[in-house]
Ligand binder design. Sequence first.
Ligand SMILES: [Zn+2]
Length: 395
Amino acid sequence: MGVGEGGRAPTALIWRSGQRLSYDFGPEHPLKPIRVELTVTLIEACGLTGPGQALTLPPEPFGDDDVTRLHTPGYVDAVRRQSRQPDRAGDLRFGLGLGDNPVFAGMHEASLEVCGASVAAARAVWEGAVAHAFSPAGGLHHAMPDRASGFCIYNDPAFAIDWLLRHGARRVGYVDVDTHHGDGVQALFYDDPRVLTVSLHESGRYLFPGTGFADEVGAGDARGTSLNVALPPMTSGEVWLEAFEAVVPPALDAFGPDVLVTQLGCDTHATDPLAHLALVTDDYERIASRLHALAHTHAGGRWVATGGGGYQIASVVPRAWTIYFAELSGQSLPDEVPWGWLREAEEAVGQRPPAVFHDGPVRMAPERVASVRRDARAAVESLKREAFGLLDRLS
Ligand SMILES: [Zn+2]
């Protein structure tokens, strides 16, 4: 929704100007804060946040009372202790200090700030300040009620959903396009019939966190509100989008959410070092446009978006999320990435990112494409078999 589109409010980018992200596991860790900072500077360099184009809103305060709404007091205490006095051994009972989630000074406050950003996005959209909002630091979808997991301490997308439910949303649709299963968000709302979680990801047979299969459909009254498409390695954008079209529009249609929350991880990229899907930036443009249309058709135009995974910190993440932000804010991008930003990125990471937004297609042998398509279709069919009847019953 851009300025003037239907006379509605513009879009918000949730960021404190000049902010340095303190959510930082250290120089050896793949989730580097610079990837979010470079995203914001690229969005700005493309002129997408000028006056009358998009608002920049700061994260809102988010404290200890807020975080224990979804995380157990024992876990939050452990994070707070490690945050004050980090011990390299961590606290393994709570997933802290393992290779994925090393402890660092200030980690409690840094994680709260990410939650405050995604909650600010939810509030801005729900209260009507804007139609769509993007929290690029957010998307920490693996955090569990009682433990850290997969680089995620506190589950900010779940807090955005929880905020919406407490402020009048009757149903929230959550669509997770990260290459990893959105297991934490699924777990937090597994028995809550007010939240539909849909995750398209590389199959847990090949990738962390090892879950996200078709038979995980939700529990109790919420059976049918947890949908999982486990895609084979090397899934290309074309096959990915076929699976998306087969699942997401009918699911949102049957569920009827008041608001759409999306996790926009871009670790589905063909060059991502941590996973094996084969999407390119051109695909993100199509996914963004479909999510935008679906927000308008099925969720009253309300769209709360977060970042997520993506470990090509300069060559992919900033371009991917700038493409999403252009769609969120109804603006178009030139194909050329601004030269000044390319230099800035090169100085920051020692490598120059691609100079255009569109990667162009990945070449793959036709037999490979055919076998990937067969496996992807089978994943969609088993999801439909397990869950669609249950979901229809809810509508
Ligand atoms: Zn991921």
